[in-house]
Design a protein around this ligand. Structure first.
Ligand code: ADP
Ligand code: MG
Ligand code: ZN
Length: 496
């Protein structure tokens, strides 16, 4: 018998989802976490970025990568976390062919960062997730399951990634929906990129998101049995995988089936999670302080120096944009898109004093469309256009030197071939008719020439647009349609 159709919303009426997210991200450093091997192995042949340390050979000693520590401290400052006076390195013991030492150097009892938070917008408003900890560890090697020339199958190990610096960031189980989880991951990526600690590309494995998902009956406190979901390589799959788990667990609970604490993988092709293994517990790893590495003391002055180097964070930038008069929505869109952000900054900074709202509308609209055909130049604007040219044209529109429709046309031309803004404005002919007296001459002429339409208007027919169209035609677009509409209505309603 097939299970009755159940959907998310029906399950969520009875159960509340409880979700915590663990993110691993590769830190942007020149060398690995505990040796001098280069991290630029992305396109390198297997096992070309290795040394005795990251191959786990006996008798070698790890040396801490200072930059990696600084990246975690910078992240901690950006999420308002606290740094302990002293942190330590611990061995997480387990066997796997991608881990030659038989342990991973990590942090357990004393993470480098604790008690942070991240706030972001969702469809239901702002949401804050508490971040339990962020710590530093080393990445594992990579297993490649391959078919050999003789047709046999083998698992090969590429140690290029072995020992690359990884930061793990763990939230409290504060998240209550798949959408919040996706938004958290997106905001975290934005933040990591803004402070330059990671490229955080999910598809390239530089940012790996794992979701812990459980359900509890609405109105109850204790957490239910959780499942850990791995192998999601896009934000969309994070949202989908959690949605799938909520539904799967809801059905199981309804059917009275016990849930197992397990690790599941996300299969993007089947759009389903599948069981990988039962979940290990921390006791299984026998953590203990690594005798090869002394505790790490983090001096106040070191933190202060890193704080001083922090750029403007996405949240602060959004607030600054809103204060300039941009809607919260547009501010979020622009801040989340590096290309839009650069264009917004360069056009706003071109010294033409264009209202921020005009610039925002332009970069999210016409300019975003233009970028699809012509990639951004060094100034951050499309093709051979310039921030100054764009700002000059926007200013001409705001100033009334050209009408809005004409201005839009000039902007499109500037974007298409970079024609100088002043030349475009000069070639656009007569400036728009700004004063009402001149406009009224056209309005009156059009009304006088169309008595039938005037009668239609009196009879309640929607003919305003007809008159406005005629005036726009008579002025060859050099009038403000909104103002013309007001004037036509005023005249037809018996004004003088
Ligand atoms: P692990 O040792 O498996 O990493 P942690 O206790 O560190 O487990 O928790 C990992 C993540 O799972 C955290 O984000 C935490 O908030 C979340 N979490 C813990 N218990 C639950 C639960 N019952 N349901 C959902 N998430 C949970
Ligand atoms: Mg964990
Ligand atoms: Zn090495």
């Amino acid at each position: 018998m097939t299970a009755p159709a159940v959907n998310d919303t029906e399950i969520l009426a009875r159960y509340e989802a409880v979700i915590g997210i663990e993110v691993h991200c590769q830190l942007r450093t020149a060398s690995k976490m505990f040796c001098g091997c280069s991290t630029a192995y992305a396109d390198a042949a297997p096992n070309t970025h290795v040394c005795p340390v990251c191959l786990g050979l006996p008798g070698t000693l790890p040396v801490i990568n200072r930059r990696a520590v600084e990246h975690v401290i910078a992240t901690g400052l950006a999420i308002d976390a606290t740094v302990p006076e002293r942190t330590q390195w611990e061995r997480k013991n387990y066997f796997y062919p991608d881990l030659p030492k038989g342990y991973q150097i990590s942090q357990y009892a004393i993470p480098l960062e604790g008690d942070g938070r991240l706030t972001f917008g969702t469809s239901a408003g702002e949401f804050t997730v508490r971040i339990r900890r962020a710590h530093l560890e080393e990445d594992t090697a990579k297993l490649v399951h391959a078919e050999l020339p003789d047709g046999s199958r083998a698992s090969l190990v590429d140690f290029n990634r072995s020992g690359a610096p990884l930061m793990e960031i763990v939230t409290e189980a504060d998240i209550r929906s798949a959408e919040q989880a996706r938004r958290y991951a997106e905001e975290l990526q934005l933040l990591l990129r803004a402070i330059g600690v990671s490229d955080a590309d999910m598809e390239r494995g530089q940012m790996r998101v794992e979701a812990n998902v459980s359900l509890r009956p609405r109105g109850t406190e204790p957490f239910g049995t959780r499942v850990e979901v791995k192998n999601m390589n896009s934000f969309r799959s994070v949202e989908r995988a959690i949605g799938f788990e909520i539904e799967r667990q809801g059905r199981a609970l309804d059917a009275g089936e016990p849930l197992a604490m397990e690790t599941r993988g996300w299969d993007d092709g089947r759009q389903a999670t599948y069981r990988m293994r039962s979940k290990e517990t921390s006791e299984d790893y026998r953590y203990f302080p690594d005798p090869d590495l002394p505790p790490l003391h983090v001096e106040e002055a070191w933190i202060a120096g890193i704080r001083a180097e922090l750029p403007e964070l996405p949240a602060a930038r959004r607030l600054r944009y809103e204060a300039l008069g941009i809607t919260a929505y547009d501010a979020a869109v622009i801040v989340a898109d590096p290309t839009m952000r650069v264009a917004f900054e360069s056009i706003s900074g071109a010294g033409r004093d264009v209202p921020a709202k005009e610039v925002a509308n332009f970069v999210t609209g016409a300019h975003a469309r233009a970028l699809k055909g012509a990639p951004a130049n060094e100034g951050g604007t499309a093709g051979s256009s310039t921030p100054e040219g764009i700002a000059t044209l926007l200013h001409a529109i705001v100033d009334g030197r050209v009408s809005r429709p004409v201005g839009r046309d000039l902007l499109d031309r500037h974007l298409a071939d970079g024609t100088a803004a002043e030349a475009l404005i000069a070639g656009a002919g007569a400036p728009p008719i700004g004063d009402d007296a001149a406009l009224l001459e056209h309005v009156d002429a059009v009304i006088a020439a169309n008595p039938k339409a005037v009668a239609d208007y009196a009879a309640g027919k929607p003919v305003i647009g007809f008159f406005v169209g005629l005036v726009m035609k008579a002025t060859r677009g050099a009038a403000d349609a909104a103002r013309v509409t007001e004037l036509v209505r005023g005249r037809l309603d018996g004004g003088d």
